[in-house]
Design a protein around this ligand. Structure first.
Ligand code: ADP
Length: 922
C-alpha cells in the first residue's frame, strides 16, 4: 500500500509516526512527572508539615504540663512565663494544623483534628485554672480552716484556760477543793489542747496518720479533762466559770472544725491545684496526646494517632513516590527502546521505500546511459514520483530498445532491400520515374526486353514504350491511380524498339513525400508475353469450344424439335387410331398401334432424358431449393406411380413416419423419387412388393429409401450403375429403359446437396436410398399438389357449335389435331398456317379457343398472342400454346404472355382433349 503513496506522504507518514511516538512518550512522562510532583508537593507541603506540627504539638503539650508542674512545685514565676511561651507555640502550631487540615484526605484525621481543637481549648482552660489556684489558700482548704478558724479558737481557749489557772494560782479561784488538783486538771486541759493543735498541724502538713492518731488521743484526753473540770464548776470562782463557759463554746466549735479539717485532708481536694490538674488538665492532655500519638484502649487494642497516621501517610506517599519514579524510569526505558526500534524501523522503511528504488533506478539510468538496455526496471506498481521515474526510465528503455530495433531493422531492411533489389533486378523488369514521369532508373532486364540501351531511356517518358493497344481510359486510369498515391496493378502491352510487342504484369508503386504527394514511381514488371500468348490461344480454343458446344446444344435442341415433330405425328395418329371410337381398330391393328405408341413413347423419353442430361451436365439446371414436406411429396409420388405398379400387380407399402421438411427443389426431388419408384416397378417380380420408407438419420439429414424384392443386381456389375447408358446388361431384355435415369437422378441429388446409394443382392432385391438435407424449423408447405398433372377427366359437356382455331404450319400436326377434334362432338376446327393469318381469322371468326404453335414462320406464337391481346374482340379468347420447344425457359416465357396452358409436342392426345375440355367446358 505504501508503494502507492507519493514520496512526500511516505516521509510525512514516517516522520509523523516518530513525532507521534515522541509526543506519546513525552505526554506519558509529563503525566508521570506531574503525578510525582503532586505527590512530592503533598509530602513537602502537607505530609511533612503535618507530621512536624503534630509532633511539635505533642512535644508542646508535654512541655506545657512540665512547666505547669514546675510552677506548682516551686512556685517559681519562671515556669509561668515558660508555659505562656509554650502555649504561644501551641497556638501557632494549631493555626498551621488548621490550614494543613484543609488539605487532608483522611476523613478520620479531619474528625480527629476537629476533636483535638475542641479538647485543646478545655485543656488550656484547665491548665490556667491549675496555675491560678496553685500557691493560693484555695489550694489547701483544710490548712485554711486551721489558720483562719481552728487555730485562733485554740489560742483563745489556751488564753482562757491559762487565765483560769492564773486565778487559781492567785488563790482567788476555787473554794472548798484542793486548788492544786484544780490546777492539775486545768493544766491537763491546756496541755492536751496544745498537743491536739500541734497534731492537727503536723497531720495537715504531712498527711501522716500517726499525727492523726495522736490528735485523737490528745483530743480524747482533753475531752476527759474538760469533763473533769466541768464537774468542779461549782467550786470555781465566777471568773473562772465565765472563762470556762467561753472555753466550752470554743471547744465545741474547735471540735467540729477539726473534724472538717480531717475530712478535707483525707479527701482528694485537700490540694486543689493538684486535684484540678489531675481531674481536668491531665485527662485532656492524655486525650490530646492519644489523638496525636495513638495509644491503647482499655482492652489493649491499639489505636492510631494523628502523628502516626501522618507518618503512615507520609510513608505511603514516599513509597508511592518511589514506585512512581521507578515506573517512570521503567517506562522511560521502554519508551526509549520502542522509540529507538520504531524510529529505526520507520527510517528503514523510508529508506527502503525511497532510497532502494531511487538507487536501483539511478543504476538503471546509468546503465541505460551507457547503452546497456538489458536492465531490470523496478516494479511498476508505484503511483508516486518513483513510479513516474520508473515509468520514465521504462519508456526511455522501451524507446531505446525500439530505436535499436528500428536501426537493426533498417540495417536488415537495407540489406534485405539490397538482396531484394538484386533479386528483383535478376527477376523483374524495374524502372523508376520521377514525379514528372521522366525515367530515372532502369535495370538491365528493362533494357533487354524493351530493346533500348539505358542512355536512351533515362530522362525519357514511359511513352517511349507505349504500345497504344490499350484504350485511352486504361492509360488515364493508370495515371490517375498512381498520381493519387495509390498502387496500380495490371497487365500492360508495351512496344519494343524497332517494332514488336511484349506483355507485362506490372505493379507501379508511388513513393509519397511528407505532404502525401508522390515524388517518384517504382514500376516492377514481369514478362508475361508467353502466358498472354497462350492465354490468347486458350481463349480462342475456349471460344471455339463454346461455339461447338452451342452448336451441340442447338443441334440437340433442333434434333429434339425435329424429332418431336414427326414423333408428334406418329404418336398422335397412333393414339387417334387407338381412341377412335367411330372406327375402332381390329385386335391385331390395335397391337401394332400399341407397339407404335410404346416405341414412340420410348423414343420421346429418350429425347427428354437426353435433353435433361445435357442441361444438367452443362450446369443449366436451375434449382429452386425450398422447404418441401416429405410425407406429402412421398404420397404424391406413390399416387403417381400407383397405376404403373398396379399394372404389374405390385403392392406399394410406405413407412413415412415423419412430417419433416427437406431442403430440395420440389419438382426435381419428385423426379428423383419417381425414377427410383419406377425402377422398383420395372425391376420387380409381378405381384411383388415395393416399400417406400423415410427416416431421420441425423438432425441434418433424412433418408428416403425405395426397396423392391425383385431380381437384384449382381455384385460384379454394381459399379457401373450410375454411368450413362449403362443398363447393366438389360439392353436386350424386355424391360424398356434408356440407362440414363439413375445418372440424372444422382446428379440431381448431388445438386441438392444430397447423396444417393444402394444395396442389392442377386435374387433378393434392391434398396435405393437418397439422403437429403433436412430443413430446420417449420415452413409453409410448398405444395405442388396443384401442379399435379393428373386431372381426372371432366364429364362436363362442351356446348354445341364451339369453334377452335389452330394456328400451325406443320400439316401433319394440323391433320392430327383435326383427327382429335373430329372425335369431339359439337366442336369444329378452323386453322391458319401462320400467325398473321391466325390473328385475322381470330378477329373475324371469334373462336372459343385458340391453339397456338410457337415456332411459326414470320411472327411467332408469342407475338401472335401479344397481338391478340391488343385487339378488344380477341383479348379474352383463351389461347393454349402447343410447341415442340419443351425447354423450361420456353414454357416460362409462354406463361408470362398469358397462355392458358402450355402443351408440348409430341402431345399426349388424352392430355390435349382434357385441356381443351377444361378451357371450353369449365
Ligand atoms: P433404365 O432403367 O432406363 O435402364 P436406369 O439408369 O434407371 O436406366 O438404370 C440403370 C440400370 O440399373 C437399369 O438398366 C437396371 O439394369 C439397373 N437397375 C436400376 N434399378 C434397378 C432395380 N431396382 N433393380 C434391379 N436393377 C436395377
Amino acid at each position: 500500500m505504501i508503494r502507492n503513496l507519493k514520496i512526500q506522504y511516505r516521509i510525512l507518514i514516517g516522520l509523523g509516526s516518530i513525532v507521534l511516538l515522541l509526543a506519546i512518550s513525552i505526554s506519558l512522562t509529563l503525566f508521570q512527572i506531574r503525578t510525582a510532583k503532586e505527590n512530592s508537593d503533598r509530602i513537602v507541603n502537607l505530609r511533612v508539615p503535618t507530621a512536624l506540627a503534630s509532633s511539635n504539638m505533642a512535644k508542646d503539650i508535654y512541655a506545657s504540663l512540665a512547666s505547669l508542674r514546675g510552677w506548682m512545685l516551686t512556685g517559681s514565676p519562671g515556669f509561668k512565663i515558660e508555659r505562656a511561651k509554650i502555649w504561644e507555640e501551641i497556638a501557632k502550631t494549631k493555626t498551621v494544623m488548621d490550614t494543613l487540615s484543609k488539605g487532608w484526605t483522611n476523613t478520620e484525621n479531619i474528625e480527629k483534628w476537629e476533636n483535638f481543637t475542641a479538647i485543646l481549648g478545655d485543656f488550656s482552660a484547665a491548665q490556667n485554672q491549675v496555675e491560678a489556684i496553685a500557691h493560693t489558700e484555695k489550694a489547701r482548704p483544710a490548712t485554711k480552716i486551721l489558720i483562719s478558724k481552728a487555730a485562733p479558737r485554740a489560742e483563745k481557749m489556751l488564753q482562757l484556760i491559762t487565765a483560769m489557772i492564773n486565778i487559781e494560782i492567785s488563790g482567788q479561784g476555787s473554794k472548798d477543793i484542793d486548788s492544786k488538783a484544780v490546777i492539775g486538771v486545768m493544766a491537763d486541759v491546756r496541755g492536751s489542747l496544745g498537743e491536739s493543735l500541734a497534731s492537727i498541724r503536723a497531720y495537715l502538713l504531712t498527711g501522716n496518720i500517726k499525727f492523726r492518731n495522736e490528735f485523737t488521743k490528745q483530743w480524747a484526753k482533753n475531752e476527759a479533762r474538760t469533763v473533769d473540770l466541768s464537774r468542779l464548776t461549782s467550786q470555781l470562782s465566777p471568773e473562772q466559770n465565765t472563762a470556762f463557759n467561753e472555753f466550752n463554746v470554743l471547744r465545741t466549735e474547735f471540735s467540729s472544725l477539726s473534724a472538717r479539717m480531717f475530712t478535707i485532708r483525707i479527701s482528694k481536694q485537700w490540694n486543689m491545684a493538684t486535684f484540678l490538674l489531675v481531674k481536668d488538665a491531665m485527662p485532656r492532655a492524655n486525650m490530646l496526646l492519644s489523638l496525636l500519638l495513638g495509644g491503647y484502649e482499655e482492652d489493649g487494642t491499639h489505636f492510631t494517632g494523628m502523628v502516626e497516621s501522618q507518618r503512615d501517610l507520609l510513608e505511603n506517599d514516599n513509597n508511592l513516590q518511589t514506585n512512581r519514579i521507578n515506573s517512570l524510569f521503567t517506562m522511560q526505558k521502554g519508551l526509549l527502546f520502542i522509540g529507538v526500534t520504531f524510529g529505526l524501523f520507520i527510517s528503514l522503511l523510508i529508506a527502503r521505500s525511497i532510497s532502494a528504488p531511487v538507487a536501483s533506478m539511478t543504476t538503471a539510468m546509468r546503465r541505460l546511459a551507457a547503452g546497456d538496455l538489458d536492465i531490470d526496471i523496478p516494479a511498476q506498481d508505484y503511483t508516486d514520483e518513483i513510479g513516474s521515474m520508473a515509468k520514465a526510465v521504462q519508456v526511455f528503455r522501451q524507446n531505446a530498445i525500439e530505436r535499436r530495433r528500428i536501426e537493426k531493422e533498417q540495417i536488415e531492411t537495407m540489406r534485405e532491400l539490397d538482396f531484394q533489389k538484386y533479386a528483383l533486378d535478376a527477376h523483374a523488369i524495374v524502372s523508376i520515374t520521377n514525379a514528372k514521369g521522366e525515367i530515372t532508373y532502369v535495370n538491365n532486364k528493362f533494357c533487354e526486353i524493351s530493346g533500348y540501351p539505358r542512355k536512351e531511356l533515362i530522362g525519357e517518358s514511359h511513352r517511349i514504350v507505349k504500345s497504344g493497344d490499350h484504350s485511352m481510359e486504361f492509360y488515364e486510369d493508370l495515371w490517375k491511380t498512381i498520381t493519387n498515391g495509390k498502387l496500380w496493378h495490371g497487365e500492360i502491352k508495351n512496344l519494343k524498339k524497332g517494332g514488336g510487342h511484349y506483355w507485362l504484369d506490372a505493379t507501379i508503386v508511388p513513393f509519397l513525400n511528407k505532404k502525401g504527394k508522390p515524388f517518384q514511381y517504382v514500376a516492377i514488371r514481369t514478362d508475361i508475353t508467353e502466358r498472354k500468348e497462350s492465354e490468347t490461344k486458350a481463349l480462342k480454343a475456349q471460344k471455339e469450344a463454346e461455339i461447338a458446344n452451342r452448336a451441340k446444344s442447338e443441334f440437340l435442341s433442333t434434333m429434339s424439335h425435329e424429332l418431336r415433330t414427326p414423333l408428334n405425328a406418329i404418336l398422335g395418329f397412333a393414339q387417334v387410331m387407338e381412341l377412335n371410337r367411330k372406327e375402332p381398330l381390329m385386335k391385331k391393328q390395335k397391337s401394332y398401334v400399341d407397339h407404335i405408341i410404346r416405341g414412340g413413347n420410348h423414343l420421346l423419353e429418350l429425347i427428354n432424358q437426353l435433353l435433361d442430361l445435357t442441361k444438367i451436365e452443362a450446369g443449366k439446371v436451375s434449382l429452386s431449393i425450398e422447404g418441401v414436406r416429405l410425407d406429402v411429396l412421398c404420397q404424391e409420388c406413390i399416387f403417381l406411380i400407383d397405376k404403373q405398379a398396379k399394372n404389374r400387380g405390385l403392392n406399394i407399402t410406405s413407412d413415412i413416419g415423419t412430417t419433416q421438411y427437406i431442403k430440395a427443389d420440389y419438382v426435381r426431388f419428385k423426379q428423383v423419387l419417381l425414377n427410383l419408384l419406377s425402377n422398383a416397378v420395372k425391376y420387380n417380380h409381378d405381384g411383388g412388393t415395393i416399400k417406400l420408407a423415410c427416416e431421420e438419420i441425423s438432425d441434418e439429414m433424412i433418408r428416403v429409401s425405395v426397396t423392391d424384392y425383385g431380381p437384384g443386381i449382381a455384385e460384379d456389375i454394381q459399379g457401373g450403375i450410375f454411368e450413362p447408358f449403362n443398363r447393366l446388361g438389360k439392353d436386350s431384355g424386355e424391360i424398356e429403359g434408356t440407362g440414363i435415369g439413375l445418372t440424372i437422378t444422382k446428379q440431381l441429388v448431388e445438386a441438392m446437396d444430397g447423396h444417393i446409394g444402394f444395396e442389392s443382392e442377386l435374387g433378393k432385391g434392391s434398396t435405393f436410398w437418397v439422403e437429403i438435407p433436412a430443413m430446420d424449423g417449420t415452413v409453409e408447405i410448398m405444395t405442388e399438389q396443384d401442379k399435379s398433372p393428373e386431372r381426372i377427366g371432366t364429364d362436363d359437356k362442351i356446348s354445341v357449335n364451339t369453334t377452335i382455331l389452330y394456328v400451325e404450319d406443320n400439316p401433319a400436326n394440323l391433320h392430327l389435331m383435326e383427327s382429335i377434334i373430329s372425335n369431339m362432338d359439337g366442336v369444329s376446327l378452323v386453322s391458319a398456317h401462320n400467325a398473321e393469318l391466325g390473328v385475322s381469322i381470330a378477329e373475324e371468326k371469334l373462336p372459343d379457343l385458340i391453339l397456338m404453335d410457337i415456332n411459326l414462320p414470320g411472327m411467332d406464337g408469342i407475338a401472335a398472342k401479344k397481338a391478340l391481346g391488343l385487339i378488344d374482340k380477341t383479348k379474352d379468347i383463351p389461347v393454349i400454346a402447343i410447341s415442340a420447344a419443351a425447354m423450361k425457359s420456353d414454357i416460362e416465357r409462354g406463361k408470362t404472355v398469358g397462355f392458358k396452358a402450355y402443351l408440348t409436342k409430341p402431345f399426349n392426345v388424352s392430355e390435349v382433349i382434357k385441356t381443351i375440355e377444361t378451357e371450353l367446358g369449365a
